[in-house]
Design a protein around this ligand. Structure first.
Ligand code: PGA
Length: 259
């Protein structure tokens, strides 16, 4: 995706923050972020706080996303939320296929594929997560897993639609564990994803694809990760829950633009 300023740093708040807590965190981020104009910042609160966060970020340039959606337009689907509802609440982005959704809520590459199409129908930019678990990494199946996930969930998209997707490589063993992938481990997978995109679509599309890394990103490890040539930003969980650590990550990520 060419339009977004890089690096892209997205904060996935997961099932944290009430409306008032979300307002406060967003306000702190807005008030301290203006000097950091060289990155795209996306805040991804729980559904209940999306509207409030959108109001709080106002015209600051900070963007807002949702954590999930259902692919139907509307109907008797208790507990679900549609792309249209997210859009109207103020989202421009939506996370799809996070490993926690796959692990606890039975999502598969096939449901990811349907969700991506629904997001695109409503102009939302999907942030699609892929990644291997510890056993797959230990047994040398990482790249194979990533390939299958991409082929089954995304590679049937037309080029024009694939262009509008952000990818996030999130090794499951690194999520919430404090143990991030090393820059070399992450770069190996990011480079591989870029190669797969080039093979399926084109070199041009591959080089402008945005591929985020996620999994225990912290201020202390973000610069070493962002220095890798195929890492374009981060999807941050735990460290996005305080303005201080989140903005430190944005600052560290920004250093790649400082020459
Ligand atoms: P974490 O989560 O930063 O807390 O490891 C990342 C994610 O789940 O996107």
């Amino acid at each position: 995706m060419r339009e977004l300023v890089r690096p892209v740093v997205a904060g996935n708040w997961k099932m944290h923050k009430t409306i008032s807590e979300a307002r406060q965190l967003a306000a702190e981020i807005v008030s301290q972020a203006p000097a950091l104009t060289m990155a795209s910042i996306i805040l991804i609160p729980p559904f209940t706080a999306i509207q409030e966060v959108k109001k709080t970020v106002g015209d600051s340039g900070i963007l807002v996303g949702g954590q999930n959606l259902f692919w139907e337009e509307e109907g008797a689907f208790t507990g679900e939320i549609s792309a249209h509802q997210l859009k109207e609440a103020g989202c421009d982005f939506v996370i799809i296929g996070h490993s926690e959704r796959r692990q606890y809520f039975g999502e598969t590459d096939e449901t990811v594929s349907q969700k991506v199409l629904a997001a695109r129908r409503h102009g939302l930019i999907p942030i699609v997560c892929v990644g291997e678990n510890l056993e797959e990494r230990k047994s040398g199946k990482t790249l194979k897993k990533i390939k299958v996930q991409l082929e089954n969930s995304l590679f049937s998209l037309a080029e024009e639609e694939f262009k509008m997707v952000i990818l996030a490589y999130e090794p499951i063993w690194a999520i919430g564990t404090g143990q991030n992938a090393t820059p070399e481990q992450a770069e190996e997978v990011h480079g591989y994803i870029r190669q797969l995109i080039a093979d399926r679509y084109s070199q041009d599309l591959s080089s402008c694809a945005i591929i985020l890394y996620g999994g225990s990103v912290k201020p202390a490890n973000s610069f070493s990760l962002i220095k890798e040539k195929d890492i374009n930003g981060f999807l941050v969980g735990g460290a996005s829950l305080s303005a201080e650590s989140f903005l430190s990550i944005v600052k560290e990520a920004n250093r790649v633009n400082e020459g």
